[in-house]
Design a protein around this ligand. Structure first.
Ligand SMILES: Cc1cc2nc3c(=O)[nH]c(=O)nc-3n(C[C@H](O)[C@H](O)[C@H](O)COP(=O)(O)OP(=O)(O)OC[C@H]3O[C@@H](n4cnc5c(N)ncnc54)[C@H](O)[C@@H]3O)c2cc1C
Ligand code: FES
Length: 332
């Protein structure tokens, strides 16, 4: 049976177990969230390459080369010594401002003292001082003084309730990342873009649309924002003003329930898209938010003519173990 060495102690791996599960089982508090290889919050470093490739999907080449891997994706077949990432992949940030965008969505502004290069629309792992980690997408532009996240309150949610209820303004947190492929790539300014999101899936799309416009994108940019009810929509005035300033930005809101609100379409997002854009061949699409909707839209957009390589999606997978971590996971 292979073993994992962490801080000088060996732990035997059970058959089929991941590095993350083995360490959690033996009481090591490794920051993590989705346990599905999507959020990158369980980043760890191996001292030697013991077949890490399968657990390095989505990581930057520089991280791969240094032996970083996702602990939830590695089922070791040989002994491996591992460690938690340190300051080389974590950036300290201060929570500078919290504003409500609607009843359940909070805008979180963060200031970093060191450079934190990113593309608007990518996501980061926000790691609290006790090691609790969750992923959030970047709505800000790199030249803005603060990073901007949109966080939906999940009842009983460890991170979102903390941000919403405890007003942690001024607190220091740690950022890991950025990661993900949902961002604007300049070079084809006339290409039609389709941005579709539900709930806080708007955060990356807001960043991508503003980035595209700032970089002189001239092709049509269609932004569809959906929610369960009209009350779940937000940044409406900002987006209406943006679309008034930019003739190529088309902004559509839709809600599944409580219809009859002026300017809000009733019904499913894909029906709204089909009604306005019956032909989608040649579009580049970005789809973010609720995992079930992201997966279903991805298929529908492909069937409607968008090449699969032109569909960029971030499914906001929930955590698999919501409780805060014990103090031993604390960031230093
Ligand atoms: C790539 C990526 C990007 C993300 N970007 C954003 C973002 O920009 N904004 C944002 O608000 N969130 C985003 N998320 C989700 C975020 O990481 C957290 O999962 C979310 O904030 C809940 O964390 P929590 O600690 O508050 O709740 P937890 O303590 O993790 O969960 C508490 C309980 O609620 C359940 N739960 C968690 N999320 C949901 C949900 N959405 N619907 C129903 N039940 C749920 C859990 O399964 C658990 O039972 C993203 C996730 C990923 C993977
Ligand atoms: S990628 Fe491992 S916990 Fe999310």
């Amino acid at each position: 049976m292979p073993s994992i060495t962490f801080e000088g102690q060996d732990r035997e791996v059970l058959p089929g177990e991941t590095v993350l599960d083995c360490l959690l089982r033996s009481g090591v508090a490794v920051p993590h969230s989705c346990k599905a290889g999507a959020c990158q919050s369980c980043l760890m470093k191996a001292e030697a390459n013991v077949g890490l490739e399968s657990a390095q999907a989505g990581l930057k080449d520089t991280l791969r080369a240094q032996g970083y891997f996702l602990a939830c994706s590695l089922r070791p077949s040989a002994d491996v010594a591992v460690s938690l990432p340190g300051g080389e992949v974590r950036t300290a940030a201060r929570i500078t401002r919290l504003d409500s965008l609607n009843e359940t969505v909070l805008r979180v502004r963060l200031r970093v003292e060191e450079p934190f290069p990113y593309y608007p629309g990518q996501f980061l792992s926000l790691v609290r001082s006790d090691g609790l980690a969750r992923s959030y997408s970047l709505a800000s532009l790199p030249h803005e003084s603060d990073l901007e996240l949109h966080v939906r309150r999940i009842p009983g949610g460890a991170m979102s309730e903390w941000l919403h209820s405890d007003s942690p303004e001024g607190e220091t947190v740690w950022l890991q990342g950025p990661a993900g492929n949902c961002f604007y790539v300049p070079g084809s300014p006339e290409e039609p873009l389709l941005l579709v999101g539900t709930g806080t899936g708007l955060a990356p799309l807001y960043g991508i649309a503003r980035d595209a416009l700032a970089q002189g994108h001239t092709g049509p940019i269609w932004m569809f924002h959906g929610a369960l009810t009209p009350a779940g929509l937000y940044l409406t005035r900002e987006l209406q003003e943006m679309s008034a300033r930019h003739a190529n930005l088309h902004y559509v809101r839709a809600a599944l329930r409580d219809g009859g609100v002026d300017g809000v379409e009733d019904g499913e997002l894909d029906a709204c898209i089909r009604a306005r854009l019956p032909k989608l061949a040649g579009f580049k699409a970005y789809v973010c938010g609720d995992p079930a909707l992201v997966n279903s839209l991805r298929k529908k957009l492909f069937l409607a003519g968008i090449a699969s390589k032109a569909i960029y999606a971030d499914a906001f997978l929930p955590s698999s173990s919501p409780s805060p971590l014990p103090q031993s996971a604390a960031c230093t």
